[in-house]
Design a protein around this ligand. Structure first.
Ligand SMILES: [Fe+2]
Length: 309
């Protein structure tokens, strides 16, 4: 029977075996099934330390804690006593070509040992050249040569820090004429060649799809689902002529639709809401993150109904 003629029951039976065989816990996310988390952010420190709110897990920005001491590490140690923590980075620049600074990687590894993070994530981008850093997440030309370079660098970091890596797709605002692959082909190729996981940011898929005119659902369908170790959700800003990844809004309906489709494809998976500007109260951010349960429940209920009939 052609795929488009499959009944819901047949479809979900396929998914049943897929979900159970491959995801959500997999070797790319350290076999974790963490639930729904939010980013650890300074405006929430006091609330978290004094109230110890119920939350599945926190994501930290590694670079904020790669220091020798002080308040950030005190807070981190207190958080680690009560919550699982996963490290997310913004400076590995897998698409750059400068040799890695081993001092920087040693600091990252020291933090990995401190947090016991089950896996480490960073972006599919470049951001440094000739020892200069842009401190931005810049898109890579989608070429075979860039796939090879990027995959080699992911493997180098993974072997150095001795933790699985999930690489995250970015929001972007320009494309290169020399690209030979689509973004989803590039992401898939890098993940296969590096044998790494994917941190699928569905807001970034939406922003990039809107800015470059590709189909975000085709993107979701064609990436290697068994490699997805985590999902990011976030808000962005509509600038009328383009979408800007600002992390300062609730998640919009279009991004939730992509989230729901992802859950349909891979099953419930580690999910994290990013909110980095105009940050509301802890409770408000957490409430927004927990909306993910609506979509998870809708998919799992449909699955239960299909398999019961
Ligand atoms: Fe993200």
């Amino acid at each position: 029977m052609p795929a488009e003629q499959k009944s819901a029951g047949t479809f979900f039976m396929d998914r049943y075996f897929f979900w159970n065989d491959l995801v959500p816990p997999n070797r790319f996310n350290g076999m974790t099934d963490l639930g729904i988390g939010i980013g650890l952010r300074i405006p929430h420190y006091e609330h978290i330390l004094t109230k110890k709110p119920k939350l599945d897990w926190f994501e930290i920005i590694s670079e904020n804690y790669m220091i020798d001491g002080g308040r950030p590490l005190e807070v981190l140690d207190a958080v680690l006593a009560d919550y699982p923590v996963v490290q997310h980075g913004v400076s590995l620049y897998f698409g750059s070509t400068d040799p890695y600074d081993r001092t920087h990687l040693k600091k990252l590894k020291a933090l990995v040992n401190r947090t016991k993070t089950p896996f480490v994530t960073d972006h599919l981008c470049w951001g440094s050249t000739d020892g200069r850093f842009t401190h931005d997440l810049l898109p890579i030309p989608y070429t075979s040569k860039a796939v090879k370079n990027t995959a080699e660098r992911i493997k180098y970091v993974r072997d150095f820090i001795e933790k699985p890596i999930c690489v995250e797709n970015i929001s972007s605002y320009l494309e290169f004429n020399i690209s030979e692959l689509t973004e989803w082909q590039f992401l898939s190729e890098v993940a296969e060649q590096a044998d790494c996981g994917i941190l699928l940011d569905v807001n970034n898929v939406f922003v990039a799809a809107s800015n470059h005119g590709f189909d975000p659902f085709e993107y979701l369908d064609k990436i290697p689902h068994e490699r997805i170790g985590q999902i990011h959700i976030a808000g962005h800003t509509d600038m009328e002529t383009y979408k800007l990844d600002t992390h300062d809004h609730p998640v919009c309906d279009s991004v939730w639709s992509l989230y729901e489709r992802t859950i349909e494809l891979i099953g419930p998976t580690n999910t994290l809401l990013e909110w980095d500007d105009n940050i509301p109260s802890f409770d408000e951010v957490h409430k927004e993150a927990l909306k993910a349960n609506i979509y998870i429940r809708r998919i799992t209920d449909a699955f239960s109904k299909a398999t019961a009939s």
